[in-house]
Structure formats: structure tokens, C-alpha cells
Design a protein around this ligand. Structure first.
Ligand code: NAD
Length: 356
């Protein structure tokens, strides 16, 4: 099979970690006889420098016509003083909107070998964690009407949280499909005791559940979910929630894993099209030094194989190779214990390649 992939290396450590992930993907291509074709396009600070625009139309067009997009990271101090629409980070919102990426998947995996990095007590985390937060990405309060108005109490500001049934249905389906591929437990998080939009959310998720009789659906209020994530995280497998709750809960869940250099993410739209990127930013403090941990980007590639290309065995091969590298004791700067030697980006990539 041939797969067309748009590659946005971006700024800072972006090019270093994307190059590492592509090496791993090429190895998978060789082993399983797939033809991965890459088209490199510019977005972020580097695109601003060339085109005076962090997301040139040509980039968006090539991404639209690809089967999937790999993104490193964008941003850095060089562009911090630009106006909002010229900042590198504007490219991220433009890509999500322009590609219709309404589902954000953020797995929070704590490998047993890295349990020291977890801020929770060993008896709480047990043998490691594997939670996936499915966050609605293009609706809710971040996209509702907003503004200012005069009230009896003086000037007031408002942001409206609005969800259509259709928006809830499509994100619920993504979450149920994912739960089916994992341990078949789905927790839907809302605030249905207070919010009307949450009541529609809950009712709609229950309707969608009828098509997935093999998945156990639980509902949880968002305040309780925030608490349960640090009290008893083992109870969760897939969590589905609206945009703002998901923003907060996915950060909380990822913190449990200890290191930002390990966390992948996927943003999906219709027809399994997706953009795959590490959760971390461009890490200007270590850019160009060959020290960055490539695992978050490599694991993002594993997600691409699973969710956009339906290549589960290939995806699991990458996850296995990463886990083995960690079990063997290999560590990059961000996850090394005091006194141990840290591998650079290239050395860690070579270790993972050997395990494919
Ligand atoms: P950051 O994630 O870039 O860095 C935070 C800390 O984590 C730094 O000390 C960095 O060295 C370390 N780190 C991050 N990734 C690492 C890796 N793979 N290996 C080892 N260490 C790693 O966050 P920040 O410093 O807040 O932001 C830097 C820039 O990145 C800003 O311009 C910000 O806007 C941008 N940013 C971009 C994205 C994105 O492109 N999706 C996301 C977050 C931040």
C-alpha cells in the first residue's frame, strides 16, 4: 500500500524529533512492505520567516490532500512578539480548523520502567497506567459566541458553551470505536447536574451507546473526574469529554506520566484523516543540541498507523520497540535518573530501530 504523508517539521526541536520518527516509520515500511511517501511543507515560525504567514495556503492544501499529517512543534522566542495571527502557534488552530479535526486523542501512558517519574504513590499507579482522553476539539465554549455587555453590575464578559447533537454524536462515535479497540470501558465526563449543554451531551452519548452494546458506558461529573484521576486512575480506560473539560483533564492525565517528552497525540477528522504530533512544544532551551526525547513523536507515528491507516500490528510493533528500549534502561535527558548517562535523540532512535 502507498500512503501520502504531509510532514511539518516546524521549529526548535521539531525537525530533530520528526526526523527520528520518520526513520522508525521507514523501518516499519521496509519490514511490512508499505510505501510511505512524504511531502515536506512549512508551518510555524519557519513559515513566517519565508512567507510572512505561519500557515501558508499551500501548506494547508497539501495537508488536505494527504492521508495524514505529521507535525513536530511550532513556536519559539524569536516570534514571541508578533501579533496573534502571525505567531507560529496560530498555524495549529488553522490546521485543526482547516482540516476539520474535531477529535483530539491524548493517551497518557505510564510505562512501568518509568514509574519513578510519576508524582503519584506506587500503590495508586500499580503496574503502570494507560488512559486515553478523547477531547472534542472544534466546539463548545472555545468556539461559542463571546463578548462584552453592560449589566446592572457594570461591564460584563461572556463566553457561550454550545453543542449540537451532531457534534456530540460524532465525537461519541470516535470514543466508542476507540473503547472497542481497547478494554471496552468508556467514561463520559460532563457537568449534567448544572449545564444544559451537558444534559444534551449525556442524553446523546447514551443514544450512541445503543450501537455499541459491547462497551460499558459510565458517566462522571467533571469535578469528580478531576479528583478520581489522582485518587484511583486505574478505573479509567477511555474518557470522552467536551472541549474545555478535555483541555484540563488531558493535561492532568498527562502529568501523571511524569514526562512531557513521552506523550503522543492525534487529532482526527472525517474518514480517519488525522494530524499526529507530540504533546510537547518546540523546547527552545535544548533545540539543535541533539538531546530531545524522540519518543513522543515516535509514539504519535504509532497512533497514525493505528487510527489513520488501520495498521494495528505495525503500530504495536513500534509500541513494543519503545517499551523494550525503556525496559533495557535506555533514557534520554528528560527521563534519566540522577547519575545515569542520557542518550541523545539519534542514539535513542537507533535503540528503538533495533527493536522493530
Ligand atoms: P515545551 O514543551 O517546548 O518545553 C517545556 C520543557 O520540556 C522544556 O524544558 C523542554 O526542554 C522540555 N521538553 C519538551 N519536549 C522535550 C523533549 N522531547 N525531550 C526533552 N525535553 C523536552 O514548552 P514551552 O517551553 O512552554 O514552549 C516552548 C515553545 O513551544 C513556545 O513557543 C510554545 O508556544 C510552543 N509550543 C508549541 C506546541 C505545539 O507546537 N503543539 C505545544 C506547546 C508549546
Amino acid at each position: 500500500m502507498e500512503y501520502n504523508i504531509a510532514v511539518i517539521k516546524g521549529d526548535g526541536i521539531g525537525p530533530e524529533v520528526v526526523d527520528a520518527a520518520i526513520e522508525v516509520l521507514n523501518e516499519i515500511g521496509k519490514k511490512y512492505k508499505h510505501n510511505f511517501k512524504y511531502e515536506e511543507v512549512l508551518a510555524g515560525g519557519v513559515a513566517y520567516d519565508v512567507y510572512n504567514n505561519p500557515l501558508p495556503e499551500e501548506t494547508l492544501e497539501i495537508c488536505r490532500n494527504s492521508d495524514a499529517v505529521i507535525l513536530g512543534a511550532v513556536g519559539g522566542p524569536k516570534w514571541d512578539d508578533l501579533p496573534g495571527d502571525k505567531r507560529p502557534e496560530a498555524a495549529l488552530l488553522g490546521l485543526r480548523k482547516g482540516l476539520g479535526l474535531y477529535a483530539n486523542l491524548r493517551p497518557a501512558i505510564l510505562f512501568e520502567a518509568l514509574s519513578d517519574a510519576c508524582p503519584l504513590k506506587p500503590e495508586i499507579i500499580g503496574e503502570g497506567l494507560d488512559i486515553c482522553v478523547v477531547r472534542e476539539l472544534t466546539g463548545g465554549i472555545y468556539f461559542g459566541d463571546r463578548g462584552y455587555k453592560e449589566t446592572e453590575m457594570g461591564m460584563a464578559a461572556y463566553d457561550i458553551m454550545i453543542y449540537s447533537k451532531q457534534e456530540i454524536e460524532r465525537i461519541a462515535k470516535v470514543a466508542f470505536n476507540m473503547a472497542q479497540k481497547r478494554s471496552k470501558i468508556l467514561t463520559s465526563v460532563d457537568k449534567a447536574n448544572i449545564l444544559e449543554s451537558s444534559r444534551l451531551w449525556r442524553k446523546t452519548v447514551e443514544e450512541v451507546a445503543k450501537d455499541y452494546p459491547d462497551v460499558t458506558l459510565n458517566h462522571m461529573y467533571v469535578d469528580n473526574a478531576a479528583m478520581q484521576l489522582v485518587r484511583y486512575p486505574q478505573q479509567f480506560d477511555v474518557i470522552v469529554t467536551e472541549n474545555m473539560f478535555g483541555d484540563i483533564l488531558s493535561d492532568e492525565a498527562s502529568m501523571i506520566t511524569g514526562s512531557i517528552g513521552m506523550l503522543p497525540s492525534a487529532s482526527l477528522g472525517e474518514n480517519n484523516k488525522g494530524m499526529y504530533e507530540p504533546v510537547h512544544g518546540s523546547a527552545p532551551d535544548i533545540a539543535g543540541q541533539g538531546k530531545a526525547n524522540p519518543i513522543a513523536t515516535i509514539m504519535s507515528i504509532a497512533m497514525m498507523l493505528k487510527y489513520s491507516f488501520n495498521l494495528s500490528e505495525e503500530s504495536e510493533n513500534i509500541e513494543f520497540a519503545v517499551k523494550k528500549a525503556l525496559d533495557e534502561g535506555h533514557r534520554t535527558l528528560d527521563i534519566v535518573s540522577k547519575g545515569d548517562n542520557a542518550l541523545g535523540t539519534k542514539e535513542m532512535t537507533q535503540v528503538i530501530l533495533k527493536n522493530i
